[in-house]
Design a binder for this molecule. Sequence first.
Ligand code: SAH
Ligand code: SF4
Ligand code: F3S
Length: 463
Amino acid sequence: MRKEIPQSEIEKQLALCAKMKAEATGARYALVDTYGCQQNEEDSEKLRGYLAAAGYEMTTDEYLADVIIMNTCAVREHAEQRVFGNLGALTHTKKAKPDQLIAVCGCMAKQPEVVDKIKRSFPLVSLVFGPDELWRFPELLQTALSHKKRVFEPGSGDGCVAEGVPHLRTDTVKAWLTVMNGCNNFCTYCIVPYTRDRERSRRPEEILAEAKSLAAAGYKDITLLGQNVNSYGRDLGGETDFASLLRAVCAIDGDFIVRFMTSHPKDATEALFAAMRDCQKCEKHLHLPLQSGSDRILKAMNRHYDSEKYLAQVDKLREYVPDVVLTTDIIVGFPGETEEDFEETLKLIERVRYDAMFTFLYSPRPGTKAAAMEDTATHEEKQERFDRLVETQNRISEEKHRAYVGKTERVLFDGKDKEPGILTSRTLGGRLVRVEAPETMIGSFAEVKITDCNTWALRGELA
Ligand code: SAH
Ligand code: SF4
Ligand code: F3S
């Protein structure tokens, strides 16, 4: 299952990039468009890393681009529809620039029915490759470009671990750092285990080396990524676990914050909570996806915890880190969810009082167990529950934000707000604070007095 790609193979890919660069006549441009989660964002940085090594300059102009790559997400139907819609729109650019190469990769590219659909209905796409083929993207690109034939490589099903693929990071403050890939959990609604294969962890020494180089390069906010970071290391013979990794990353010299996601509630440990408490650099935030507050639904989702176990985790975490910021994901309208089940969810939310929540309407994913389950609620019923959930959470979020007003928080400035003169920043708990400050402060920490808030953000002034 765990397929380690030899370094010599990556070097071959890099040599191919160098050759493409040397043979190029004139400037060439590439556009990488990303859908989906942070893991996909990080994969896009690798695609750009390879493209830059092959001599491409990055652009956001689809008429200028010689190569367009759509790095796709399959987690909900809506994400897929967006990709198909945007692909359709590329007919115009392809007509204006017939040599343009259009590629589709990421999670959609791993699904047989999607690959078939692209083959049949989107002749403008000439390269399709799954997430586990990314390490050999230069070779696939060259084949598609030079042989003028369509290339389809969804992947064999072996999850690979590839080190040494270059990144091109555009952000200068925040960096993603993948610690593991894949998922073993098979939550019955979820496509990820099918598109990303089984869990495999990167070796701690590789992760630490990358974290050190990010810190040395001046990154101030490093996020450790995995679909379920709490099972980190299980495939490495049990010599390490996520709590130890987190401690080791936090022990690296420098002034930066370490964030991580995602934690599956079935695997969150006291050792993790202790590391969160002890490590000064570690964010005081846990994203702990609940999905549903109904034990019956949690069982049907194959989540391996019930509401009691979940609440016990939250209480334990709050013993260790009293002011911890808690966020979650909720799915509304899972097959068979009744009004009573939904009320259990509302009850749990009132009990936990999350700082923020991501809410999703259940979207059936072909090939998953839940897609074959009987769905009884109507779309209107689901939408009505969804609205009630959002309303409940908005009230709680605002109440929690209100409690910050008057306090002073240390924040990291990470970018410009839409409003002129205002910067965005994050607290150690990850809450967004909008502050009037000079652009030169992006990338630095400062004490900020919180003056106002709304549901989504805090407002502050330099203290
Ligand atoms: N590995 C992470 C994230 C998975 S995807 C985790 O386990 O938390 C992010 C979120 O999308 C999930 O937490 C879930 O709430 C939502 N999601 C996944 N599949 C979905 C589906 N079929 N329909 C609606 N929401 C879904
Ligand atoms: Fe999907 Fe569950 Fe794995 Fe998260 S833990 S990626 S929700 S199967
Ligand atoms: Fe989407 Fe794949 Fe991430 S399905 S959420 S891009 S792992």
